[in-house]
Ligand binder design. Structure first.
Ligand code: GLY
Length: 377
């Protein structure tokens, strides 16, 4: 349709990545009429994500509230994955083999000990391993590894498979997906009233959900929002059948790298973390560093087929936590800012935002993550 107007029952979701689709699916299950607008659903951060479900190995000082939200979402994953697979017949590749963190040199191992101390303070399950024990767990590790940390509760999922399943589940639940670029937010009488599309058409809605990831703050009409792009470059490889049992994260002379097996013989190696605005260039240096560090830790990586290199943007926020719930503009609901935890936080985000849309009440679990926290600093 060109130049015409669309009408949606209740909710327009800007963004058909994992987060937008999870919100749409859950909202449709609550009986709401939902339209998702995205010209290329799943081609943003969802396409690049390694799919780590790793609240414990990503735990950082000062981010305890975020850790609680991440843990709550991880707890939901088995049922979430099973429900999606049941609804669609599509696998999502949930992998529960656990995560191993290794240190390459003495300084790296000291950092592991700091992480382990923090995890113990918080009562999180993580076991310190000798180099030999780490290699028993993942025999393809280099003998040069100096120590490890086993976190059996940190899992992974195939992010692209998850997106396919969510798209199918949402569609089957009655969600309409408009494959158009969102051009702006419609505001009428001091309230969000829908979305303006690229072709000039307008989509009217009672509530609008902003789930545009790193682009969220750039949508014309959206009130100021501290969401910025944080570039990540990743590599995908094939031929890795049997190479790793679970996720391996490593510190290699102070640099972080992770290797995430998925889909039988596939492997993701990631990721750079770069504040470079909306630059999606895959750089020689980025690819070099990832390959160099991955091969240092698992030498057989050098034999794999490099099938894809990709750069996308995480939606970063000042405190690295998502922005969920109401905004300063009535009718505009936020589901963005998931930074490094978009895949992990997909189930809980779908649930709490759908609850808000259906009942007008944001569950207490999400209360620390409203945009209001940025106005009281
Ligand atoms: N959570 C992994 C990353 O953001 O690279």
């Amino acid at each position: 349709m060109t130049g015409g107007d669309w009408v949606t029952g209740d909710v327009a979701v800007a963004g058909g990545g994992l987060v937008g689709l999870a919100v749409a699916w859950r909202a449709a299950q609550r009986g709401l009429g939902v339209t998702v607008v995205d010209d290329a659903p799943g081609s943003g951060a969802s396409a690049a994500a390694a799919g780590m479900l790793a609240p414990v190995t990503e735990a950082s000082y000062g981010e305890e509230a975020l850790l609680r939200l991440c843990a709550a979402s991880l707890q939901r994953y088995p049922a979430f994955a099973a429900e999606l697979e049941e609804a669609t017949g599509l696998p999502v590749g949930l992998r529960t083999a656990g995560t191993l963190v290794v240190g390459f040199d003495e300084d790296d191992v000291r950092q592991l000990d700091v992480l382990h101390g923090f995890q113990r303070e918080l009562g999180l399950a993580a076991e310190r391993l000798t180099p030999r024990a780490a290699r028993r767990r993942e025999p393809s590790l280099t003998p040069r590894v100096r120590g490890g940390l086993a976190v059996d509760g940190d899992h992974s999922v195939d992010g692209r498979a998850l997106h396919r399943a969510l798209l199918a589940a949402a569609t089957a639940a009655g969600v309409r997906v408009l494959r158009q670029r969102v051009a702006g937010l419609l505001v009428d009488g001091g309230r969000a009233a829908g979305l303006r599309l690229d072709d000039g058409a307008r989509l009217a809605a009672g509530n609008v959900v902003l789930a545009l990831g790193a682009r969220s703050a750039t949508l014309p009409g959206v009130p100021p929002l501290p969401v910025r792009p944080v570039k990540g470059q990743i590599l995908r490889m094939a031929g890795a059948a049997g190479l790793l049992e679970g996720t391996v994260r490593a510190l290699v002379r102070g640099r972080h790298v992770y290797l995430v097996p998925y889909g039988g013989d596939r492997l993701i190696v990631g990721a750079t973390v770069e504040d470079r605005g909306f630059d999606a260039t895959v750089t020689a240096g980025g690819v070099h560093d990832l390959l160099h560090d991955a091969i240092e830790v698992v030498p057989a990586v050098s034999e794999l087929e490099l099938t894809e290199t990709l750069a996308r943007w995480r939606p970063g926020t000042p405190d690295n936590a998502p922005v969920l719930g109401p905004s300063s503009l009535p009718g505009l609901v936020l589901a963005t800012g998931h930074h490094r935890n978009g895949v992990l936080l997909t189930p809980v985000t779908g649930e709490v935002v759908a609850e808000l849309l259906a009942t007008g009440v944001l569950p207490g679990l999400a209360a620390p993550f409203t945009a209001e926290r940025f106005t009281h600093r």
